[in-house]
Design a binder for this molecule. Structure first.
Ligand SMILES: *Cc1c(COP(=O)(O)O)cnc(C)c1O
Length: 448
């Protein structure tokens, strides 16, 4: 398996290099040279496979022998250890619950797979691997849980001060051991910038072996394609149909999740359409509407894991849709993207109303991110009709991760799962830094 940079289609690296580096020097993003098409037979008969077997079949095709199959099977079995159940709201609207992992968010899939893969590829290295990761809330918790106590790997997590929920903060700051948390007086974009700068800094790279674990890492993206197939399998079973018509509504911030869905589609999953659901940070819906891509500083919202002003996976989306434009000169990248993805944005007021509506109408407690996904699906159905279509909303985090807001919106206590509740009593340990690069650089050099 080889991977290229979205900024240079002629420069290839190995899987190991792409996974450990995360980001190419030319500031593009790594993409697999070939995205395999899985057989029709496999896709129509997903019902005969377990979730883990689906993950194995996909990675087997994608990795092209880069990892011996028995090792690959073990990586999948250790990474995919919890289900992604589809829960019906009504006949046509479903929540795909992606929060059954240790940190209660979908990012557990990417983080666990990446931790397994890195641990495997890191065998035999004698210099410690330092993983730098910026988080707007959920990435950090998932990465911390995924890598906790992995030998030979240290994890440094940067998060924006006062912009993550109290329990999210506990997930980042209470594990200890090989997990270190840095609290940045700034925004998520500042955190992301600091990490990007460190990766491009010669001094830091000579001193440390750096690894990335953000959604920019291709190892995070790959396993996220598994649950699109897993969702499709469940619809096949529910409807007793081999080719059900399915739409995914994906609450989006950095657009890793949606990009993984487009990869699944490229691999042959017959998805009718994708809906990009965002909060007030509506850069991509605006692009889809106007063709104009204008990143801007993120604003804070109720669905804070989607507060991203310059989505890092957007260049991967452009890359995928530009390629399909090459073979059909009539159509621009923008047109191709619009043909497959619709985008809708909603403010916090609408999001709160949706949480209440979903609870009253369906007796389901949706978190703020899924509530945005729900609104976007409704809007899509309104515009395009919903005949014979199954709409799947990604429920990206357990509602109790946003307990303070949820309790207030619903006027009642949202139950907290045991694995989260125990964190409230643990002690926070984090280093507070300002958002300038020199401060972060000195900390790295002096502390590690
Ligand atoms: C990260 C996250 C998102 C956004 O996912 P992207 O892949 O960055 O688009 C949505 N919801 C929750 C709960 C998240 O943690």
């Amino acid at each position: 398996m080889r991977l290229y940079s979205t900024n240079n289609r002629n420069h290839f690296v190995s899987l190991k290099e792409a996974v450990f580096k995360g980001l190419p020097k030319d500031k593009g993003l790594y993409m697999p040279e070939t995205i395999p098409t899985l057989s029709k037979d496999f896709i129509q008969n997903l019902r005969q496979y377990s979730f883990q077997e689906i993950g194995f079949e996909i990675s087997k095709s994608l990795f092209e022998g880069a990892i011996p199959l028995p090792d690959l099977r073990k990586i999948i079995e250790n990474a995919i250890t919890f289900p992604a159940p589809l829960v019906a709201l009504d006949e046509q609207k479903f929540m795909l619950e992606l929060f059954h992992g240790p940190s209660l968010a979908f990012k557990d899939f990417g983080a666990r797979f990446m931790a397994q893969l890195m641990g495997y590829l890191n065998r035999g290295e004698d210099k410690e691997l330092v993983i730098l990761v910026a988080t707007s809330g959920d990435t950090g918790g998932a990465v911390a849980a995924g890598f906790y106590q992995t030998p030979g790997i240290r994890v440094v997590i940067l998060y924006p001060s006062k912009k993550v929920s109290p329990l999210q903060e506990k997930q980042l700051t209470t594990l200890g051991d090989n997990i270190t948390a840095i609290e940045i007086a700034g925004t998520f974009d500042d955190c992301q910038d600091l990490v990007k700068k460190a990766f491009l800094d010669e001094t830091i790279n000579t001193r440390f072996r750096l690894g990335s674990a953000n959604s920019i890492n291709i190892a995070r993206l790959i396993p996220q394609s598994f649950y699109y197939f897993e969702a499709y399998r469940q619809v096949q079973a529910l409807k007793n149909e081999a080719n059900p018509k399915v739409i995914f509504s994906v609450p989006s911030g950095n657009f890793g999740n949606l990009t993984a869905g487009i990869l699944a589609h490229k691999m042959g999953l017959p998805v009718e359409h994708f809906v990009a659901a965002t909060n007030a940070n509506d850069i991509v819906p605006k692009y889809i509407e106007t063709g104009d891509y204008s990143p801007r500083p993120s604003v804070r919202t109720l669905s804070n894991a989607m507060d991203v002003g310059n989505p890092s996976n957007f260049s991967r989306l452009l890359d995928i849709f530009a390629e399909s434009a090459l073979s059909n000169e009539e159509r621009s990248t923008w047109n191709n993207m619009r043909g497959k993805i619709s985008g809708f944005a909603f403010n916090d007021k609408k999001t709160k109303q949706a949480i209440i509506e979903i609870f009253r109408k369906y007796n389901y407690i949706a978190d703020p991110h899924a509530a945005v996904g729900y609104l976007a699906l409704l809007e899509y159905f309104e515009k395009h009709g919903d005949e014979n279509t199954t709409g799947i909303i990604h429920e990206t985090a357990h509602p109790s991760k946003f307990k303070e807001d949820m309790d207030e919106i619903l006027g009642q206590e949202v139950p907290v799962p045991e694995r989260l509740a125990v964190l409230a009593h643990r002690k926070k340990e984090a280093t507070l830094l300002n958002s300038t690069y020199p401060a972060f650089k000195s900390w790295l050099i002096e502390t590690l």
